[in-house]
Design a protein around this ligand. Structure first.
Ligand SMILES: Cc1cc2nc3c(=O)[nH]c(=O)nc-3n(C[C@H](O)[C@H](O)[C@H](O)COP(=O)(O)OP(=O)(O)OC[C@H]3O[C@@H](n4cnc5c(N)ncnc54)[C@H](O)[C@@H]3O)c2cc1C
Length: 416
């Protein structure tokens, strides 16, 4: 079958990682095709952004459009994370973080947000084809040919390099057998959107609220407010806690009723979307790049939703890969291992320590111990704000050692 069109770069998927990479590459003068299976707007989970994201949104020349559309699209200003466990509250104000960079961001309905980013990438010059699905990729010596179908026909597109930003579609990991099981446990999330009706004057809409289940502290709830009087609410836990004989809605209602503070907060809430569930979302790969491809965002590794790191990692990977690819296409020598895989992994590992320590509940004790503002709190706060690559932060450069020491201090403090 003849090749229909040729490009410098083909990106699979127009989610945050695809749109950001496309925009950066187009601005550097490359001819970019983005192939997206769905028609936007489309639902996606992952609604609470971290301030570190804002740098990549700006780099992709999307900051003005995100800010100017925020109010109309219900994007909620976000300045931190609030935690609740059995009567205890702990707040982290991202503007008091250790690292340089933005201290605020947004919580977004992803259907709207992803469309804003993709429309801007299109406006800047990326060629986005919606309702086109990538089915196969044939790697040759100096190019790659991508086989695509839409409702009418089969097509072939050629490019010098492929960026896989297909998220949970994980196109290249599947086609090239790069999939690796995650070392994290198999967990399930059940969630929906509410018209929230929250009247509690102490409830802070500027923060995501993470609540620990009153009895099983490896189960937690998210409450992500939007600015239009709606919230995203979900519960996450090991699959063993979810009764597979019940519907998602029954499981969801039961978990909400089990947490008295949330049940009270949401007593007037009305569901405005179906209850959905996801399971087995944590994933890994054997390698993040090859001769003519790199994996971005969730198509590479996905950890866990608890610290809202997914979109930040996705955008970080896009910025790294797009800038490196620009150099490679310009004829420079580049090291994908050092400058992409090792660099990206460094921050992912920091988040991974935090995720594992959250579920073994040690980090929860740290979080609820940190009542007052101090240097340690600002360093932890930096990581919660997404600055997991800032090596000036001792909790980034020596995560495990520093966290263990902090856990001991909190344990002694709680005992004493
Ligand atoms: C329960 C849960 C809660 C989460 N909460 C948060 C949160 O609060 N904050 C946060 O930052 N992250 C969160 N995440 C993570 C977040 O969802 C992802 O990290 C993020 O969406 C990754 O972006 P992406 O661009 O890599 O992929 P996606 O956003 O998934 O985009 C991939 C795109 O590729 C397209 N595609 C797939 N296959 C093909 C194909 N064959 N051909 C063409 N196109 C294709 C898809 O249609 C999709 O549009 C959460 C995840 C889960 C599971």
């Amino acid at each position: 079958m003849p090749v229909n069109e040729k490009f410098d770069v083909i990106i699979i998927g127009a989610g945050p990682s695809g749109a950001i990479a496309a925009s950066i590459l187009v601005q550097k003068g490359w001819k970019v095709l983005v192939i997206e299976r769905e028609q936007f707007p489309r639902f996606s989970i992952g609604e609470s952004l971290l301030p570190q994201c804002m740098a990549f949104i700006e780099e992709a020349d999307m900051l003005d459009v995100v800010q100017s559309q925020a109010e109309a699209l219900g994007f909620q200003y976000k300045n931190g994370a609030a935690f609740y466990r059995n009567g205890e509250h702990s707040n982290f104000d991202f503007t008091k973080k250790f690292s340089d960079g933005a201290g605020t961001t947004f919580q977004v309905k992803r259907a709207n947000f992803d469309k804003v980013l993709a429309d801007r990438a299109d406006e800047i010059g990326a060629d986005i084809r919606y309702k086109h699905t990538v089915n196969a990729v044939d790697f040759k010596d100096d190019s790659a040919v991508v086989s695509v179908t839409n409702e009418q026909e089969s097509l072939q597109f050629e490019a010098k390099f492929i960026l896989d930003a297909s998220g949970y579609g994980r196109v290249l990991p599947r086609l090239l057998s790069l999939e690796l099981p995650s070392t994290l446990s198999d967990r399930r999330a059940v969630f929906c959107h509410f018209e929230d009706g929250i009247i509690d004057e102490h409830y802070d809409r500027d923060k995501i609220l993470i609540t620990v289940h009153p009895e099983k502290n490896d189960i937690w709830y998210w409450l992500i407010p939007f600015s239009d009087g709606t919230v995203s609410f979900g519960v996450v836990g090991d699959v063993k806690y979810f009764d597979s004989t019940q519907t998602d809605e029954a499981v969801f209602d039961s978990f909400l009723a089990q947490e008295p503070y949330l049940a009270e907060l949401l007593k007037q809430a009305k569901k405005i979307t179906p209850v959905r569930s996801l399971q087995g979302y944590s994933s890994d790969v054997t390698k993040l790049y090859g001769d003519r491809f790199a994996l971005l965002g969730n198509a590479g590794e996905f950890l866990d939703p608890v610290f809202s790191s997914g979109v930040t990692i996705a955008m970080y990977s896009s910025s790294l890969a797009a800038n490196l690819l620009d150099k490679q296409l310009s004829g420079d020598d580049v090291s994908w291992q050092t400058d992409y895989a090792d660099n990206l992994k460094a921050g992912v590992e920091v988040f991974k320590h935090f995720v594992m320590s959250w579920y073994d509940t040690e980090l929860q004790n740290v979080i609820f111990f940190q009542k007052d503002d101090n240097d340690v709190k600002s360093m932890i706060c930096s990581i919660l704000a997404g600055y997991a690559w800032d090596k000036e932060n001792p909790y980034v450069s020596k995560t495990e050692r520093r966290l263990n020491a902090l856990v001991d201090i909190c344990r002694q403090g709680n005992d004493g």
